[in-house]
Design a protein around this ligand. Structure first.
Ligand code: HMG
Ligand code: MG
Length: 300
């Protein structure tokens, strides 16, 4: 039987949170409508965070409420605290994500508190989520390097991951936030985590600044990881990690997984159309190797 690998599409959130000029709500919605045609089963719609901190994600709850629901697609919103959670709850969101890091400095810059304080805020979110039957995903940024502290101890990554799982997150996605990692270092982080928890509750989130994301995903596959985050057209970055580029593109991830014989549920043509549409809106070359090769062949 073909093994399934889940792709979590983070383009509308991680992708667009870093755009110099925020997209209109209509453009953000059109991107999601395009992605809904692709067979992707998990889409991060946006973030319920302070619009003063991340103006690009303003009105993510309004955007969420405007989307047609589809029982085969799980939409989610990032919620760093109870205020964010309440906005998500009010629009009927059934999955939220809490996010912290394995680095104190990054956590402070990103969400203005220590790692321990972030976990305290999340325990309120978890309590409310449980009461309303809402799934909570966790993120741990800086799985390998931090833009402020440099190399991070894999044991620290495993510790924060375990804390999020103990609180009730159904899955924890480890963020390779600045895209500096190489497979040998990624292997050590998974080794530390897998010594404590099952691969089934872990996901990989690789930024592609140094072009290593696909190599890092291959390494992760070898170690049993079967959920990966990616962004259509390789969009993305983090406003609090200067110089970090986008996530691995969904198109390149799809190519790797399908050529290796994994099932993803994703359909090629609508994926390429979604990728072309958002690149046109942003008037930007697509960094995805596969998307470029695909269109060259189609147009030849
Ligand atoms: P704070 O200033 O410490 O919060 O910010 P506060 O509780 O003191 O409140 C200050 C103001 O923010 C108040 O408004 C609150 O109402 C408001 P004011 O009275 O000044 O008008 N506020 C909120 N507004 C909307 N939604 C909320 C909310 N909470 C408070 N949820 C806060 C703390 C977390 C809000 C802030 O630091 C923030 O918004 N940070 C943005 C973090 C973010 O979105 N980062 C990017 C996503 S993470 C990422 O990209 C990494 C990832 O991709 C993985 C990887 O690659 O590593 C996931
Ligand atoms: Mg990210």
């Amino acid at each position: 039987m073909t093994e399934f690998v889940k792709i979590v599409e983070v383009g509308p959130r991680d992708g667009l949170q870093n755009e110099k000029t925020p997209l209109t709500l209509a453009d953000r919605k059109n991107l999601i409508l395009d992605l809904m045609q692709t067979g992707l089963s998990s889409i991060e719609v946006g973030s319920c965070v302070s619009a003063k901190w991340v103006p690009q994600m303003a009105d993510s709850d309004v955007l969420f409420a405007s989307l047609p629901q589809n029982p085969n697609i799980q939409f989610s919103l990032l919620t760093p605290n109870s205020k964010g959670f309440e906005s998500a709850l009010a629009v009927g969101c059934k999955e939220v994500a809490v996010f912290t890091a394995a680095s104190e400095s990054f956590t402070r810059k990103n969400i203005n508190c220590s790692i321990e304080e972030s976990l305290e805020k999340f325990s309120d979110v978890m309590r409310q989520a449980k009461a309303h039957n809402i799934r909570v995903r966790g993120y741990v940024s800086c799985m390998v390097d931090c833009p402020y502290e440099g190399a991070i101890d894999p044991k620290q990554v495993a510790k924060v991951t375990q804390q999020l799982l103990d609180m009730g997150c159904y899955e924890v996605s480890l963020g390779e936030t600045i895209g500096t990692a190489t497979p040998d270092r990624v292997q050590k982080v998974w080794d530390a985590c897998l010594a404590q928890v099952d691969a089934k509750v872990l996901a990989g989130h690789f930024h592609n600044t140094y072009g290593m994301a696909i190599a890092n995903i291959y390494q992760s596959l070898l170690q049993g990881i079967r959920v990966f985050d990616s962004s259509i057209a390789g969009l993305g970055g983090c406003p609090y990690a200067k110089g970090a580029s986008g996530n691995v593109s969904t198109e390149d991830l799809y190519y790797l997984l399908s050529k290796m014989g994994f099932e993803t549920g994703v359909r090629l043509e609508p994926l390429m159309q979604a990728s072309r549409n958002i690149s046109n809106i942003l008037q930007r070359d697509n960094p995805s190797h596969y998307a470029n090769a695909y269109w060259q062949k189609v147009c030849a």
